[in-house]
Design a protein around this ligand. Structure first.
Ligand code: PRX
Length: 629
């Protein structure tokens, strides 16, 4: 077994040699001619000259050895259904979906927006896009019409694939009217809409535009659609994520680099073996779902579980019952989910035979020590924290036990993964912090390794400006996370440097929520901050200035307005963006130049010292908030 430090060092110092070896993990139609073209920093072009296909590597390649082995296990505790698709069955479903998309006019390079609940057809749609060289853009099913509309506008999809409804905790969540509203709001109109009818909610079809999956499925039942060989640098998908400004960014991912990075991570980090079962509890609307529900496990020849439902329904043992039933060896979840389970009967952790399970990986938000201890002791299994971002596509910091076994440290996701030349910099001077335990901004020296974002969709300038030019005097990738590193090279993440908050592992921009609330006719100004929460990690808290206060005479009227604002957020962004509280103030704390002091508000809400306030225009604004909380 090689030494990890040496493995990492080689990935940086002999970058091309290292990644040329990793590239052999996937099948190429034409092998790459140049491993990394970094002639135009910060744009990295990985495996240039190579042609491949993500769907070929995820499905077709395995047919020879495992056609009859399970590939996709779709479980829904919402509709009480369970269905296993073998690699051969998945192959035929994906070809059928590919034929349907082609029939609806989708061509290589076109975008297909997928707005779906966690059902098998969502994965068919993603894989079908990869098969024909179309670029999928999955939008989380929990987003409402305004968020969806901005993504339709930016991605300009030829076709949208959706379903009549999702379901959460036994409650049907209709999708179709949100989709219709979003299309009406967007200036871009898709040529066609492909609707999966789960018969959960009525849906009105627009003649000439909307088609049902059932009818197209019948038409293309035994379709044979060969994989379209695409350049390694051909975009496989875009995925929207929040940043400092209100407008979400379309993170654009390539094909070859992504396939290589995921295939490598499956062996070196997750230690998953072909024929085994992987269970990732995320959602396909997030990056973890893209990489580790769909592509990673399938690239590795594993079976993957796609789970629709809550972790506590019918009871808190549901996930463990699936581990037993499907002999799951590798599991991936988020700390929030574990904190939810922690409120249930601990006996549920030992009710099932979990002997197949080797490791539980957790990511997406800080893993607190009580949660980590509770779950590792309860399961008697190794827990591995891993830190990464939508932008990176695979772990930046963790432990690569598939390279060399190493111990985890509580509170730390681990060390820098191979390919990532991680550095801590002083935010204002750009100076590298080399000493142990110094707090700085976590940055990555270019080129970013394979699998990471190529650019911001249709906006190279924004990619450069946002991610690479935020530290003075240095072209370096900014993660926008504060961190320290100890003497052994383990990093500790201390939170975002920007206006991004993390609610139950969901990444949200406070500016997006502010823009939405400011759309209320009786709100003139608003500040939204993330406040620490025991269960969700953080929750959004809003402080708003009311235009006409004459109606706000008592608690009941304030409560009514608060309800209206929350409903507005639910309807535009979705319930995940809803602030825990909306408080009404007459003034917001600002600097003399008019900048909102969100950090000071956050500190006050968390009972911390707000720090240096010498630039604040009117201290009574902060006092008002202090008195309230
Ligand atoms: O702030 C970090 C936090 O989540 C952000 C990225 O969120 P997202 O783009 O949704 O990607 C999640 C992929 C796992 C990061 O900038 N974050 C993610 N993982 C961790 C974390 N914070 C602390 N510990 C982690 N393990």
């Amino acid at each position: 077994m090689p030494n990890y430090q040496e493995f990492h060092r080689r990935s940086i110092e002999d970058r091309d040699g290292f990644w040329a070896e990793q590239a052999r993990r996937i099948e190429w139609q034409t092998p790459p001619q140049r491993i990394c073209n970094y002639d135009q920093p910060p744009f990295a072009r990985w495996f240039e000259g190579g042609t491949t296909n993500l769907c070929h590597n995820a499905i077709d390649r395995h047919l020879k050895d495992r056609a009859d082995q399970p590939a996709l296990i779709a479980v829904s505790t919402e509709t009480d259904s369970e269905r296993t698709y073998s690699y051969a069955q998945l192959h035929s479903q994906v070809q059928c979906m590919a034929a349907a998309l082609l029939d609806l006019g989708v061509r290589k390079g076109d975008r297909v927006l997928v707005y779906m609940p966690m059902i098998a057809e969502a994965s068919f749609a993603m894989l079908a896009c990869a098969r024909i060289g179309a670029i999928h853009s999955v939008v989380f099913g929990g987003f409402a019409s305004v968020s969806l509309a901005s993504r339709i506008e930016d991605a300009s999809p030829t076709v949208i694939v959706s379903a009549d409804a999702g379901s959460r905790g036994g409650k049907v969540v209709p999708y179709k009217h949100l989709l219709d509203e979003a299309i009406a709001l967007s200036s871009h109109k898709p040529q066609a809409v492909l609707m999966v009818d789960r018969q959960l909610a009525p849906m009105a079809l627009t003649a000439g535009r909307d088609h049902t999956w059932a009818s197209l499925q019948q038409k293309h039942q035994n379709a044979v659609v060969p994989c379209e060989w695409v350049d390694a640098t051909h975009p496989s998908y875009t995925l929207y994520t929040s940043g400092t400004t209100g407008k979400p960014k379309g993170v654009q991912r390539d094909t070859g680099g992504y396939a290589v990075a995921l295939a490598a991570s499956m062996e070196t980090i997750f230690c998953g073996k072909p024929g085994e079962t992987y269970f990732c509890t995320s959602d396909i609307g997030w990056v973890v779902g893209h990489s580790y529900i769909i592509y990673g496990p399938l690239l590795a020849g594993m079976a993957t579980i796609l789970y629709e439902g809550l972790p506590i329904r019918p009871d808190g043992g549901i996930w463990w019952s699936l581990v037993e039933k499907y002999q799951v060896t590798v599991m991936f979840s988020a700390p929030t989910a574990i904190r939810v389970l922690k409120k249930q009967d601990p006996a549920l952790l030992t009710r099932y035979d979990l002997s197949s399970l080797r490791t539980l990986f957790l990511a997406g938000e800080p893993l607190d020590e009580p949660t980590a201890t509770w779950i590792s002791q309860g399961l008697g299994k190794a827990i591995i924290d891993n830190y990464w971002q939508t932008e990176s596509g695979w772990p930046i910091l963790t432990i690569a036990n598939g390279v060399e076994k190493a111990a985890s440290k509580f509170g730390s996701p681990g060390v820098a993964m191979y390919g990532y030349d991680a550095k801590l910099l002083d935010e204002s001077t750009g100076q590298e912090l080399l000493g142990a335990d110094q707090k700085g901004v976590l940055t990555i020296e270019g080129p970013l390794p394979p699998g990471c974002m190529q650019t911001v969709w249709k906006d190279d300038a924004r990619f450069v400006k946002t991610y690479w030019e935020s530290i003075p005097g240095k072209l370096v990738y900014n993660t926008f996370d504060w961190a320290t590193r100890d003497k052994d090279g383990y990093y500790f993440i201390l939170g975002r440097t920007d206006d991004v908050i993390n609610v139950a592992g969901h990444r949200l921009g406070t500016r997006e929520i502010e823009e939405c609330i400011a759309g209320h006719p009786n709100i003139s100004e608003v500040a939204v901050v993330g406040v620490a929460d025991n269960l969700k990690g953080q929750v959004a808290m809003a402080f708003a200035i009311v235009k006409d206060t004459s109606g706000l005479v008592d608690d009941a009227s304030r409560f009514a307005l608060e309800g209206e604002v929350m409903k507005l957020v639910d309807q535009s962004i979705g319930a995940i963006g809803r602030p825990a509280r909306v408080r009404f103030v007459t003034l917001l704390p600002k600097t003399r130049s008019g900048k909102l002091l969100r950090r000071a508000i956050q500190a006050v809400c968390e009972g911390r010292d707000p720090g240096d306030l010498t630039t604040m225009e009117d201290p009574s604004a902060l006092q008002q908030i202090k008195d309230m909380v």
